[in-house]
Design a protein around this ligand. Structure first.
Ligand code: NAD
Length: 494
């Protein structure tokens, strides 16, 4: 029998304190692909204690490491991950359902993320200030301390890297929790953390559900910062439970992003990207272009072409040759998506294609849902307002530029958005008017380790991941004032 996946706490692989376990399911056929220990608050306590010790003890080997040495560890991790890229990608497909080509991109992006932050660890971050007195004022950036990190299931390995790489590069210690249904690549990755020789207690892995383990992490008085990626409702809960010790909080949350296509756009390019924007990752991408805004004059022709191409998308198990779209990650997620499809029909939208769970032959074993497009939508419909997080596109039709901008911004979210047009000035006007943090002109979804990632409004709480912003999120700023004229100040006469 395969070993039960363990947690990694204080440099040791340990079972959960309670002994509880959880089966991990392949969403393509519901087979059990592994069993892992299921933690609770007691495991969080142990992990936080280990992280505290590794951060606080004056003799801690981690605190003694220079930035260049931390960078070397991260470079070594990237090399290791790269050398096992095939195995990681394969495991990610089994656990998350995503097509192999997507999992391969994720592993490659994860390596690049590690290398980016390894490089950044040694770059200057302080500032000097000219001040009125005989003082030299300057700032240094220091690690925050113990960082608790919680991620969702859509990019298990890559989201782990967006959190772990900057936190470790900046010299923090971490307690990390993957989504309970997709922990396998993260457990394997912690094996690499052990192999390259991070001191014990620096990086700790806890496994388990959000309501128990995640909640314990966000409320824990021993945690200095909580970094979270996931749903907006969960993000708000985390913010509430973090106030006890005024933790630093980073929240990367949901979206309902508009993809705006003007009549003068390059037609085939815009169709191609509209498909990519919503159906990549089975639509389970926070920045998905889940609302397609079409200028009225091209809408009928555009929808025809879109539907024609959508029907040709090859759906299948992630490891099958030629698969372009996989199953949804879990039965729960599939039920949520099917519920929204029902709502769309009930609220009066027209189902242009898709709309069903796929049940023929082997499809019935997995959580496959047809790529789905709704037209004739109105702005008050649930499928237009809510994040569905699945392969469901809501098409909206606009009259002119002002109408497009108004409609695009009519959402509580503000994560991403795009605009397709061959008029450069119009493109920039529209994108600047968009209340969203990540935008594309004549493109979609490209994401760079070098550039900041995060949303406006309810898509986050203002911070950014990736780029230099991502590193700064894991630092405190210290002001240092150096007196260059060392003599008594004479404030009190005697
Ligand atoms: P989720 O909020 O249900 O869960 C995310 C993580 O939070 C999981 O690890 C879960 O166990 C944990 N969690 C759940 N309840 C918790 C609680 N009360 N306290 C602490 N932790 C808790 O989200 P999900 O369904 O796993 O992921 C989908 C969501 O993630 C979507 O809304 C998507 O837009 C968002 N997302 C955002 C980004 C981004 O960068 N903005 C990236 C990926 C996904």
């Amino acid at each position: 029998m395969a070993e039960i996946g363990r947690m990694y706490i204080d440099g040791a692989w340990v079972p959960s304190a309670s002994g509880a376990t959880r089966e991990i399911i392949n969403p393509a056929d519901q087979s059990v692909i592994g069993t892992v220990y299921e933690g609770d608050a007691a495991d969080v306590d142990k992990a936080v204690a280990a992280a505290r010790k590794a951060f606080d003890e004056p003799s801690s080997p981690w605190r003694a490491l220079k930035a260049g040495e931390r960078a070397s560890l991260l470079f070594a991790l990237a090399d290791k991950l790269e050398s096992e890229a095939k195995e990681f990608a394969h495991l990610e497909v089994l656990d998350s359902g995503k097509p192999l080509r997507e999992a391969e991109c994720d592993v490659s992006d994860a390596c690049n993320c590690l290398r980016y932050y390894a490089g950044l660890a040694t770059k200057p971050m302080g500032v000097t200030y000219e001040v009125p007195e005989d003082m030299q004022a300057l700032t240094v950036r220091e690690p925050i301390g113990v960082c608790a990190q919680i991620v969702p299931w859509n990019y298990p390995l890559l989201m782990a890297m967006w959190k772990l790489a900057p936190a470790l590069a900046a010299g923090n210690t971490v307690v990390f929790k993957p989504a309970e249904i997709t922990p396998l690549t993260t457990i394997k990755f912690f094996g690499l953390i052990e192999d390259v020789g991070f001191p014990k207690g620096v990086a700790n892995l806890v496994l388990g559900a959000g309501a128990t383990v995640g909640a314990a992490m966000s409320a824990h008085p021993g945690v200095d910062k909580i970094a979270f990626t996931g749903g907006t409702v969960t993000g708000k809960k985390i913010l509430e439970s973090s106030v006890g010790n005024l933790k630093r909080v980073s929240l990367e949350l949901g979206g309902k992003s508009p993809n705006i296509v003007f009549a003068d756009a390059d037609f085939e390019t815009a169709v191609d990207y509209a498909l990519f924007a919503i159906f990549a990752g089975q639509g389970q991408i926070c920045a998905a272009g889940s609302r397609l805004l079409l200028e009225k004059s091209i809408a009928p022709k555009f929808i025809d072409r879109l539907v024609e191409r959508t029907k040709k998308i090859v759906v299948g198990p992630g490891l099958a040759e030629g698969t372009e779209m996989g199953p949804l990650v879990s039965e729960r997620q599939m039920e949520k998506v099917l519920h929204y499809i029902d709502l769309g029909i009930k609220e009066g939208a027209t189902l242009a294609c898709g709309g069903h769970r796929m049940m023929e032959g082997d499809f019935a074993k997995g959580f496959f849902v047809e790529p789905t497009i709704f037209t004739d939508t109105t702005e008050d419909m649930s499928i237009v307002k809510d994040e569905i997080f699945g392969p469901v596109l809501a098409v909206q039709v606009f009259e002119d530029e002002a109408d497009a901008i108004r409609m695009a911004n009519n959402t509580r979210y503000g994560l991403a958005g795009a605009c397709f047009t061959q008029d450069g000035a119009k493109a920039l006007r529209v994108i600047k008017a968009l209340r969203a943090g990540i935008t594309w002109i004549n493109g979609y979804h490209s994401t760079y380790n070098e550039a900041p990632w995060g949303g406006y409004k309810e898509s986050g709480n203002g911070g950014r991941e990736l780029g230099t912003y991502g590193l700064e999120e894991y630092t405190e700023v210290k002001q240092i004032n150096i007196n260059t004229n060392v003599c008594p100040i004479g404030w009190f006469a005697n």
